[in-house]
Write a protein that binds this ligand. Structure first.
Ligand code: M6R
Length: 358
């Protein structure tokens, strides 16, 4: 798992390789070209997946709605397949799966296909069942992911979703030319920023040692970082067996705040500059109840540095791409806590790498 976490600067670069030519303002997603107009003209996009791939889908919802202004619904494939969903022939479904073999995701695709929808796949494993069943798609090219906890597949999925959202937005004219070019240049720099984010590993190891005996963790994030909070909590629970919940930060006061006391570490993912004020007040609410705050934020954020017990700094990027960087310290935190607790991080109990049965 550690190897795969550290591979991310390269795996994200590999996902973009031959697809992103930022200086020329060009994105080429060869696997979707024949069906690209379906995406551009879609009235609605439905994203399905499970686990980490579902969380990537949630980031995809923010990306596509924010940049391309098409309504997006994200659904657990397992729920979608059994709830008699309304699917129209002009709907577009994006199925996300690292393995390309997840039974629920495969069944959701078959259902949507039978109703006439156009299906795009985002898979890592070349020639996998999902890659073969979909009409079009893009491989993530992250390389084989062996650790049961998904890490580099997630950031690669976000890379493809970013490229797709930018392609649709550009064709639909929902972002200006200058914003499109700025975002392309920014996206190209993400691999290098992931490398920089990893330089905090010694500090994260120290924090892991401080909190390794906690029984519960709360993860909070807003906007693009809400799915990151969910993913951070999933990483911790699956490899350390510590109970962890991810929440949208503003929801804290609607229930989870009752859990907060001196025993409760709260990890706040606060890189969205547009929401700093609000995040600050969430942190004050936690501190007032003696909760212990670990903040992931961008460099030189003095206010957050003064108010949290631990601050992990990551490089600044354009808001739509923050999840690719902000998730890295959360992967490392989960990894180091699990190692300190002597867990088998690569083969956690009760879990399989690919869930091919219901
Ligand atoms: O291969 P898939 O992406 O379809 O797998 C989906 C989930 O089973 C998977 O993401 C699972 O949640 C991971 N263990 C998360 O780390």
């Amino acid at each position: 798992m550690l190897k795969e976490i550290h591979e991310q600067p390269n795996s994200v670069k590999d996902s973009m390789r031959g697809r992103l030519r930022a200086n020329e303002g060009i994105i080429v997603l060869g696997g979707i070209r024949d069906y690209q107009q379906k995406l551009v003209q879609a009235k609605r996009i439905i994203i399905v997946g499970c686990g980490t791939s579902y969380y990537a889908g949630l980031v995809g919802e923010y990306l596509i709605e924010d940049l391309a202004r098409i309504p997006v619904e994200v659904e657990y494939a397992s729920e979608f397949r059994y709830r008699n969903p309304v699917i129209n022939a002009d709907d577009v479904v994006i199925a996300i799966s690292q393995s390309g073999e997840t039974a629920d995701t495969l069944a959701a695709i078959e259902l949507a296909k039978a109703k006439g929808a156009t299906i795009f796949g985002i898979c890592n494993v070349v020639g996998s069942s999902i890659a073969r069943t979909t009409h079009a798609g893009a491989y993530t090219h992250a390389g084989p992911e062996i650790g049961v906890a998904s890490t580099k597949a997630f950031t690669a999925q976000l890379t493809i979703l970013s490229l797709m959202a930018l392609t649709i937005a550009h064709e639909r004219g929902t972002i200006t030319e200058s914003r499109y070019h700025e975002l392309l240049i920014e996206l190209e720099q993400v691999p290098q920023k992931i490398s920089l984010a990893m330089e905090n590993e010694a500090q994260i190891k120290y924090i892991a040692d401080v909190f390794k005996d906690s029984r519960n963790f709360l993860y909070l994030g807003r906007g693009y970082n809400y799915p990151v909070a969910l993913e951070g909590a999933l990483k911790l629970k699956e490899i350390s067996y510590i109970h962890a919940e991810g929440y949208p930060a503003a929801e804290m006061k609607h229930g989870p705040i009752a859990l907060i006391d001196e025993e409760m570490p709260v990890v706040v993912v606060a890189t969205n500059e547009s929401a700093f004020e609000k995040i600050m007040s969430n942190i004050q609410e936690v501190k007032a109840r003696h909760g212990r705050v670990i903040v992931i934020t961008t460099e030189n954020n003095r206010h957050l540095r003064e108010s949290a017990e631990f601050v992990i700094e990551i490089p600044r990027t354009a808001e739509p791409f923050t999840p690719m960087i902000s998730v890295v310290p959360l992967q490392l935190l989960a990894y180091h806590i699990a190692v300190l607790l002597n867990r088998n991080v690569d083969q956690p109990r009760n879990l399989a790498k690919s869930v091919t049965v219901e």
